[in-house]
Design a protein around this ligand. Sequence first.
Ligand code: FMN
Length: 318
Amino acid sequence: MESTSPSWNKAPDLRVQLGPLELKNPITVASGTFGYGLEYKNYVDLNRLGAIFVKGLTLKPRSGHPQQRIAETASGMLNCIGLQNVGIDEFIKDKLPKLRSYDTAVIANINGSTAEEYYEISDRLTQSDGVAALEVNVSCPNVKAGGMMFGTDPFLIETITSGIRKRTHLPVIVKLSPNVTDIGAMAIAACNGGADILSLINTLVGMAVDVRTWRPVLSNLTGGLSGPAIKPVALRCVYETARAVSVPIIGMGGICSGTDVVEFLLVGAHAVSIGTASYIHPDASIRILDELIRYMIENRIGHISEITRGLKHENPLP
Ligand SMILES: Cc1cc2nc3c(=O)[nH]c(=O)nc-3n(C[C@H](O)[C@H](O)[C@H](O)COP(=O)(O)O)c2cc1C
């Protein structure tokens, strides 16, 4: 790797510009794996994070699926939480005011069973103070209505994205599912609908079986696979998305180290999210941020943009 930066011996510049959204650094925490952020305040200096993606929100509170909703797998985990959350009213009344006291971007992950539900949540958050962007979750594999049903159909992705785009001034991030044949086509649909940023990947649909009872381990039969096991799939998805569209990408899927982050940046991500790693060590995101900084200093890289889309290959990223 050649150094292109004259400022390599100084602290690297970690700021990233994701279309209309500027983050102080590219390390964010993934929706559903970090509660509402506040639960982690005793373990993590929240002010150091580039952004907190809060747990997926719905119009009404949800208790999610019954137990058992988590299963450990080789190098990963399955979950069928089923979008348990406090609901949009409680989030705006109780969580958001507390989150406003931290110097980090708060990104709301929004979910609906119908397009109208997405629009109503979007309106409520747009009128509230302290939300930096909306992440439209059209890729949850653990709900019967909405979720991945929307995210595997380009027409529905474009319809929901453009409906939200017309109603909000906030940056719109669309979260894509890996459970499709052509993720590039889904990315194009989201961009046609007006997405400013894409985030990917959500979990892969999987199963676990109990040989003592001959029953599925998870109450919902299937769940979403996350963690290091999915990193190669996530890297391929980010690469294909970066070839298909030019909007900024927030990459995720199994990231556990600073060099994992570098891999995602090289295949086209502009920022990343840490998910399952926070379950192993609650402060994994901060360790990963420090490892990224060390990698940049050691390799004389002055700015994140010097890594993004840097993959050397005969099919270079456009
Ligand atoms: C327990 C759990 C709950 C999740 N809940 C949500 C959610 O509410 N909304 C969402 O968009 N993604 C959700 N995800 C997906 C993660 O945000 C992330 O896309 C995925 O886990 C891949 O990253 P990882 O392998 O680093 O965990 C959840 C993941 C897990 C493990």
